[in-house]
Write a protein that binds this ligand. Structure first.
Ligand code: NAD
Length: 350
């Protein structure tokens, strides 16, 4: 089998990671070359052992290049994707795919006309913490799930340069927000009915440095999504409630627990505890016999699936693991989150 030749466009943090590890270590694709707008990054790519191109046109004119991976700042994805598709290349694009739904629609129209494949790198669908929550949800390990809280908290502010600027598609909603929203839509697999949100600007940037969004899905599941960059104490990565259990995953180290009622024990009234300056039965912990703790599960992510699938989409007409209409739904949701934060209103989705 001949590997698919990829050229990486944008050799920064993520481009380098694709070149060396994601594409670099995959059996179906290979890093054929690199193009970056900056000579210093091209020089770095050569030091890392890759051939480089001086212009995007040189890449697109090379018939040995079958596909492009776009890992440039967010505002440039649209133009590079369209040029690449028109030149007959298949394209994998970093998230967020574009700055607007209209830009994505432009790209998809060109992909349709040129009959080239376009797929977005929603890699966090393969995160182990997410795969565990997906198992809880699908196997009803907590009973039917009705509330999901998904958070990422950091205390380092917004990293890098362009992520602080609106023009480049900076801000955390377009950064981590895209991952968390994509995961939730993929998990619940229902249309969103209602959105309410608030963006945070504690760092004083022109773009949001975090946000909170409250979502209601068509099946009634409610989600609370939160990204923060000035959180010196983190809240858990996942907190999930079902009608017969609660699950928590603390962090990417996959520590956490599931607590479910112990069905073999008869229910006894809780003993009141002293809490602060009062007594409470309501908030007293359940007796040890009344509940049991389960391990959170172990999963093994098949991440090479992403590029293997892309190869099979191009060469064997396989179904994409990341579908463009799923990616489009995330952009529609992001628009609603921006609108709710700006107007202070709940957005009803059609
Ligand atoms: P970065 O700033 O580290 O790298 C961007 C590179 O693109 C730079 O080397 C820059 O010189 C180059 N560049 C800029 N404009 C260009 C152009 N027109 N043509 C060619 N090269 C150009 O940024 P990054 O952190 O690597 O992010 C790049 C993309 O990857 C963004 O869309 C980001 O959202 C995405 N990303 C995804 C993940 C993920 O987990 N999927 C993680 C990080 C970043």
């Amino acid at each position: 089998m001949e590997k698919m030749n990829f050229v990486i466009v944008g050799y920064g943090g993520m481009g380098g990671y694709h070149a060396r590890e994601l594409i670099g270590e995959n059996d179906y694709v290979q890093t054929y070359g690199v193009y970056d707008i900056k000579e210093e990054r091209r020089e770095q790519a050569r030091k890392d052992g890759f051939q480089t191109y001086d212009t995007l046109n040189d890449v697109l004119a090379d018939d040995d290049v079958e596909a492009i991976l776009i890992a440039t700042p967010n505002n440039s994805h649209h133009e590079i994707a369209i040029k690449s598709l028109r030149a007959g290349k298949h394209v994998v694009c970093e998230k967020p795919v574009t700055m607007s739904v209209a830009e994505l629609d432009d790209i998809l129209a060109v992909a349709e006309t040129t009959q080239r494949q376009f797929m977005v790198h929603q890699n966090r669908r393969w995160d182990n913490d997410f795969l565990i929550v997906r198992e809880w949800y699908q196997q009803q390990m907590l009973g039917e799930v009705f509330q999901i809280e998904s958070r990422v908290h950091g205390a380092n502010g917004i990293p890098g340069d362009w992520r602080h600027l609106k023009e480049y598609g900076g801000g955390m909603l377009l950064d981590w927000g895209v991952h968390l929203l994509d995961q939730l839509l993929f998990l619940v697999d229902q249309p969103i009915k209602r959105v309410y949100s608030d963006l945070s600007y504690v760092l004083g940037d022109e773009v949001d440095d975090g946000f909170t969004a409250w979502l209601t899905f068509g099946n009634g599941v409610k989600a609370h999504v939160e990204v923060g960059t000035s959180n010196f104490v983190k809240l858990p990565r996942w907190y999930v409630k079902g009608y017969s259990g609660t699950g928590q995953i603390n962090d990417w180290d996959l520590s956490g627990k599931i607590i479910v009622p112990n069905e073999t024990t008869e229910r006894v009234a809780p003993t009141p505890i002293k809490a602060g300056q009062g007594l409470t039965k309501t908030m007293a912990p359940p007796s040890e016999e009344m509940t049991k703790e389960l391990p959170i599960l172990e999963v093994e992510a098949d991440f090479p699936e992403f590029y293997r699938n892309f190869y099979e989409v191009v060469h064997q007409n396989a179904t994409p693991v990341v579908k463009n209409d799923e990616v489009r739904q995330v952009l529609v949701l992001i628009d609603a989150i921006f609108e709710s934060a700006m107007t202070g209103k709940i957005i009803e989705m059609n």
